[in-house]
Design a protein around this ligand. Structure first.
Ligand code: F6R
Length: 266
């Protein structure tokens, strides 16, 4: 895993946006895997600003979101569909028909999950998957104990995640208990993964993901098995990394050809 420690969340977000924009320029029909939550907000801002400056065109891009709460309609103010609309889709020119988000109101959830996996395959697979990490080490909503071979399915949130996400709702009781989420295996199938993590609340999970054992106890640790995963963190989230100095050294000594975002495309 390539670990990039940046002075601020803003710089990490801008770097991730540059990588994704470069991919889209090289491959206009790119397939993006997208995440919600507080972490990617700066990333979406940076991409929307690039789009407004005419630097990136999303007209042929296809997107798949990681997850959605069950029981929430797409227009529910706390649904991830609505989040994406507000923070990203309404600001760029992605064709609505190319946007995919699990349906929180699906009646037959297993069939819906299978269809979601099939749609990813039919789109040619995900070129780059954006990820945040939960304070309990989840990616998507693959909570601790999730199978590292899992595919899109229903998951039950941990009490900790419900507490973490209660800030978006009026009370913890209103946070849905269940979600539909891409599985760990679905995420590992992406050609490239970009993980963003900011703030000291993520420091322990970041260290366990990057330097701990690969274990279902920390689903994000499965990313150690991915051949092209970059972790972009601010100083606070990097605070518990044992090899932080080495990661800085590697980044400072990167050959010029590896520094260009184009070279990082899958
Ligand atoms: C969101 C998702 C989650 C979040 C994680 C971190 O689509 O899949 O894994 O990335 O819970 O959330 P924030 O960014 O709000 O700290």
């Amino acid at each position: 895993m390539e670990v990039i420690i940046t002075p601020s969340a803003g710089e990490a977000s801008a770097e991730a946006a540059r990588i994704v924009a470069a991919l889209i320029r090289a491959k206009p029909r790119a397939v993006l895997g997208l995440a919600t939550g507080s972490t990617p907000l700066g990333f979406y801002d940076a991409l929307a600003e690039m789009h407004a400056r005419g630097e990136v065109d999303f007209s042929q891009v296809t997107t798949f979101n990681l997850d959605e709460y069950t029981g929430l309609a797409p227009d529910h103010p706390r649904s991830y569909a609505r989040f994406m609309q507000e923070h990203f889709f309404s600001r760029v020119n992605i064709a609505p028909g190319r946007i995919h988000i699990p349906d929180g109101l699906a009646r037959d959830i297993p069939a819906h999950c299978e269809a979601y996996e099939a749609a990813i395959r039919e789109a040619g697979g995900i070129d780059v998957q954006l990820l945040g990490i939960g304070s309990d080490g989840h990616i998507g909503f693959n909570e601790p104990s999730s199978s590292l071979g899992s595919r899109t399915r229903l998951k039950t949130l941990t009490e900790r995640t419900i507490r973490d996400n209660a800030r978006f709702f009026a009370s913890p009781e209103e946070v849905p208990r269940h979600v539909i989420t891409m599985g760990v295996r679905t995420i590992l199938d992406a050609r490239r993964c970009l993980v963003l993590a900011f703030g000291d609340a993520k420091a322990a999970a970041v260290a366990a993901m990057a330097e701990g054992p690969v274990t279902a106890d920390v689903p994000a640790s499965a990313l150690q098995l991915h051949a092209s995963c970059a972790l972009l963190v601010d100083e606070e989230a990097a605070a518990r990394l044992k090899r932080a100095e080495y990661y800085r050294w590697v980044y400072a000594n990167k050959p010029a050809w590896q520094r260009t975002p184009q070279a990082q495309r899958p």
